[in-house]
Design a protein around this ligand. Structure first.
Ligand code: ADP
Ligand code: MG
Length: 701
C-alpha cells in the first residue's frame, strides 16, 4: 500500500463504520488509516513474564500468574454477594474476586487445575487479591500465545464507554496490516538505515504494534522516534535556510567610526569573551545580505545590554535607525537611562517612548523619527503603534522576548518594506534540548559567562518559623548599608488573596522595621504607573532600604546596592521565576543572598525546585530541571506546544536521539539542499508527503 492510500478515511476500514469513526476522530484525532497506524502504544504488558505470588509488590500494576484454585466460596456483603477463590502457587496464596457473573464462574471453573490469570492486583485485608481476572487454562494459554507483549493504547473514558477497548484498537490496527499486507513505504534513506542500523519502516511499524520480543520493540521505538525527530529538524532547518535565501536584509557592511570610537573611548569595561563572541556572531549576520533573526540568551546579569548597544551602533554606522523594546515601563526607563549614559559624548540621539510619555512630548519624537534625526528609540510596546514611523529602521531589538507575543514581534517587521534585522534577548535560558527543537529555525547566540568579579549569590531555604532570625539578618545587612527586596507571589487566579498576603506582609514588616530608622518602598501591579515609579525611584536612589513587591520587579530592574532577595511563599513560584527574582541581587561587589521562605508543607516537586535553587546559580542547569519537572508544553506556553505534540519521541528523555537526528538532518541539507541526489529521493518524497498531509484534517474539521 502506498502512502496515498494510507490517507483513506478511517470510516472505510473494515470494522469501523460511521459511529466508531466519529469517536476515533473526536477522542484520538484519528481521521485516516495513517493516523491509526501512528497511534503508538503507551506501554506494553509482557505476556512472557510470570509472577510468583510470593514476589508480588503492592506497586505491581498488571501481573500474570500461574496457579490453581483450591477453594471457592460466596461471601455475603451489604450489597449482594461476592465470589472469592483462593488461588495458590508454590510460593503463596492470594484471592480472586468476582462481583458479577458468579454463576458462570461457579459452573465453569475447575478446581485444582493450572490456570494462567492476568489482571491488576490489590492489597486488601493483609492479602493480595485480583478482581475479575482474565483467566485461561494453562494448556490453552500456551497454545494461543501469539504475541509476547500486549500493547496498551492511549484511551479515554469516552472511548471505553463507547466500547472501543484496547483489544478493539489492536484488532483495527491488525486489520490495516491485513489490508496492506504489512508493507509500508520506506521513509528513510538506505544510507541512514545503514549508517544508524535502523529497522526498516514496515518492520518497525509491525513491532511497535505487535512486538515479537523486547529487543525488536526497542529497535522499532528507536527508529520511529528518530524518524519523528528527524523530520521535525528537516522542517526547521529547511525553513531557516529558505529564510536566509529569500528574506533579503539590509547589509551593514560598514564597521565604522561610531562603533570603533565607542569601543575605544566609551566602553566602561572590558567585554567578556562571551560578549565578544556574540557581537561577532551578530556582526556576521548583519553583513550577510540576509535578514537577521537571532535569539540572544544570557543569564540575568550576563551583560546583554551592552551587546544590544553595540549592535545598534553597527546600524547607525550604516545610516540606519535602531529600536529597543522592553516589556515594562520600569525596564524601558532603566534601559533608556543606562543607554543614554553609555552614549554620552558620542553625539548619538536617543529617545524614550512609553505609554506614559505625554502627547506633547510624543510629537517631536514622531517627527524626528520620520526625518531620521533620531537614531535610537527605546520603549515599551508603544513603539508598535501605527503612528510610530521610522525613516529607515535597520535593527529592532526585543528584550525579554517571552513577554511579547509572536504577533507583536512580527509587527516590528512591517515598519519597513525590507524587514529590519531582529535580535531577541532573553534571560530565561531555553534549555538546549528545547531550543533545538523549537527554535531550530532561529539562530541562537549564548552569553555563558558572567562579567568578572561577581560573587556567586548564596541561596538558602528557611521555614516561616525562622522568620525572627531572618529579620535579624535583614537588620544586620541594612546596618552594613545594603538594601533588601521582599517579594510576594501574585498569581492571577488568586489575586485578591495574594494581594491581602502582600498587604499583611507589608504591615508586619513595617512593624518590625519602624520609621524613622527604616524606610520601606512598596510596588505592586494595582498601583498607578506614576506611584510605582516614585516608589521605585526612592529605592533606586537608596532613600528606602526595603522594597516590598510582587513579581513586577522580576524583569530587568537593576539596583547594584541591593544584596538580599527574600522570596515569600517560595514554594508557589516556578523555577525560572525564582531564578529571575534571584537575579535582581548579586549585581554589585558585595556578597549577595537569596532567602527562600516557605511553610513546612511542601510537595515533592516544590522541594526539588528549592533544592535546585540552593544548589546552583546556573540558569541553564535550572532551565533543564524546570523542563524535566514541568514538561515542554508548559514552559513555552500553549502557543508553541503544538510543535511538541510528538507521537512517540519525548524531547527530554530522547535528547540523544534528537541530537543524532538534528546532526543528520543538517548534514543532508547542507550537502543537498533541495534533496535532489538519488540517495535522498526517499527523504524528499517522505518530506513532501508530510508537508502535504500534515495539517489537512485539522483544517477541515
Ligand atoms: P542582563 O544580561 O541581565 O541584561 P545587563 O546588561 O543589565 O545584564 O548587565 C548587568 C550589569 O553588568 C550592568 O551593570 C553592566 O554594566 C555590567 N556589565 C556588563 N558587561 C560587563 C563586563 N564585561 N564587565 C563588567 N561589567 C559588565
Ligand atoms: Mg537586561
Amino acid at each position: 500500500m502506498n502512502a496515498n492510500s494510507l490517507q483513506t478515511p478511517i470510516v472505510y476500514l473494515k470494522g469501523v463504520g460511521p459511529n466508531r469513526a466519529e469517536t476515533l476522530q473526536s477522542e484520538l484525532g484519528i481521521h485516516t488509516f495513517q493516523d491509526l497506524l501512528n497511534l503508538f502504544p503507551n506501554r506494553y504488558i509482557d505476556k512472557t513474564h510470570y509472577y510468583k505470588i510470593g514476589q508480588l509488590q503492592r506497586s505491581n500494576a498488571d501481573v500474570q500468574i500461574v496457579g490453581k484454585i483450591v477453594h471457592l466460596k460466596t461471601v455475603e456483603q451489604k450489597k449482594g454477594k461476592r465470589l472469592v477463590a483462593s488461588f495458590v502457587d508454590d510460593t503463596g496464596e492470594m484471592e480472586l474476586v468476582w462481583f458479577r457473573g458468579q454463576k458462570w464462574i461457579r459452573e465453569n471453573i475447575k478446581l485444582n487445575t493450572p490456570y494462567v490469570i492476568f489482571g491488576k492486583c490489590n492489597w486488601f485485608n493483609g492479602k493480595f487479591s485480583m478482581p475479575h481476572p482474565e483467566m485461561e487454562p494453562q494448556k490453552d494459554h500456551e497454545q494461543g500465545l501469539k504475541i509476547a507483549m500486549q500493547p496498551v493504547y492511549p484511551s479515554t473514558e469516552k472511548l471505553s464507554n463507547k466500547g472501543i477497548s484496547n483489544r478493539m484498537i489492536s484488532k483495527l490496527v491488525q486489520q490495516i496490516f491485513i489490508e496492506t499486507k504489512g508493507r509500508f513505504t520506506e521513509t528513510l534513506s538506505e544510507k541512514l538505515l545503514f549508517e544508524l542500523k535502523l529497522l526498516p519502516k514496515s518492520e518497525s511499524l509491525f513491532n511497535i504494534h505487535f512486538p515479537k520480543n523486547q529487543e525488536l520493540l526497542a529497535k522499532a521505538q528507536y527508529r520511529l522516534k528518530f524518524e519523528e525527530l528527524f523530520y521535525i529538524q528537516m522542517q526547521l532547518i529547511a525553513k531557516n535556510m529558505l529564510h536566509k535565501k529569500k528574506i533579503k536584509g539590509f547589509n551593514f557592511d560598514q564597521v565604522g567610526t561610531i562603533f570603533n570610537e565607542f569601543y575605544k573611548n566609551h566602553l566602561p569595561f572590558e567585554l567578556t569573551g562571551a560578549q565578544k563572541r556574540v557581537i561577532k556572531e551578530i556582526r556576521g549576520d548583519l553583513g550577510s545580505n540576509a535578514q537577521m533573526n537571532r535569539l540572544l540568551q544570557g543569564d540575568v546579569g550576563s551583560g546583554k545590554t551592552i551587546v544590544a548597544v553595540m549592535a545598534m551602533l553597527l546600524a547607525i554606522d550604516n545610516d540606519f535607525q535602531a529600536c529597543l523594546m522592553a516589556p515594562t515601563e520600569i525596564l524601558a526607563n532603566q534601559h533608556y537611562t543606562g543607554i543614554s549614559e553609555l552614549l554620552e559624548g558620542t553625539g548619538i540621539t536617543c529617545a524614550l517612548l512609553t505609554g506614559s510619555v505625554k502627547k506633547s512630548a510624543r510629537r517631536p519624537i514622531h517627527e524626528q523619527l520620520e526625518s531620521g534625526e533620531l537614531q535610537i528609540l527605546i520603549g515599551t510596546h508603544a513603539l508598535l503603534e501605527d503612528k510610530v514611523k521610522f525613516k529607515n529602521l535597520g535593527l529592532a531589538i526585543v528584550d525579554e522576548q517571552h513577554r511579547f507575543g509572536v504577533a507583536q514581534r512580527s509587527k516590528l517587521w512591517h515598519k519597513n518594506e525590507i524587514p529590519p534585522h531582529i535580535l531577541v534577548m532573553t534571560a530565561t535560558p531555553i534549555p538546549r534540548t528545547l531550543a533545538m527543537s523549537l527554535y531550530g529555525d532561529l539562530d541562537v547566540s549564548t552569553i555563558d559567562e558572567l562579567p568578572p568579579g561577581r560573587k556567586p549569590i548564596k541561596t538558602v531555604h528557611r521555614f516561616d518559623s525562622n522568620r525572627l532570625k531572618v529579620f535579624q539578618f535583614i537588620r544586620d545587612e541594612i546596618k552594613k548599608g545594603r538594601q533588601i527586596y521582599i517579594v510576594y507571589p501574585l498569581i492571577q487566579e488568586s489575586e485578591a488573596l495574594d494581594y491581602k498576603d502582600l498587604m499583611d506582609g507589608y504591615e508586619s514588616i513595617a512593624r518590625d522595621f519602624p520609621m524613622p530608622d527604616y524606610q520601606i518602598s512598596i510596588v505592586h501591579g494595582q498601583m498607578k504607573p506614576a506611584d510605582k515609579d516614585y516608589e521605585m525611584e526612592r529605592f533606586v536612589k537608596g532613600e528606602t532600604q526595603i522594597m516590598v513587591a510582587t513579581t513586577v520587579i522580576e524583569v530587568g530592574v537593576n539596583v547594584p546596592n541591593a544584596s538580599v532577595m527574600i522570596i515569600e511563599s517560595a514554594e508557589r513560584f516556578g523555577l525560572s521565576q525564582l531564578h529571575q527574582l534571584r537575579g535582581r541581587v548579586g549585581r554589585g561587589a558585595d556578597q549577595s543572598f537569596c532567602i527562600l521562605m516557605t511553610s513546612h508543607k511542601l510537595s515533592t516537586e516544590a522541594k526539588t525546585r528549592l533544592q535546585t535553587m540552593v544548589q546552583t546559580n546556573d540558569g541553564f542547569e535550572i532551565a533543564e530541571v524546570d523542563l524535566k519537572l514541568r514538561g515542554p508544553g508548559d514552559i513555552m506556553g500553549t502557543q508553541q506546544s503544538g510543535v511538541l505534540n510528538l507521537k512517540i519521541a519525548d524531547i527530554v528523555k530522547d535528547n540523544d536521539i534528537l541530537k543524532t537526528a538534528r546532526y543528520h538532518a543538517m548534514q543532508i541539507l547542507k550537502d543537498d539542499p533541495s534533496l535532489e541526489k538519488p540517495e535522498n529521493l526517499v527523504i524528499r518524497h517522505a518530506y513532501s508527503q508530510l508537508v502535504k498531509y500534515k495539517n489537512i484534517w485539522n483544517y477541515i474539521s
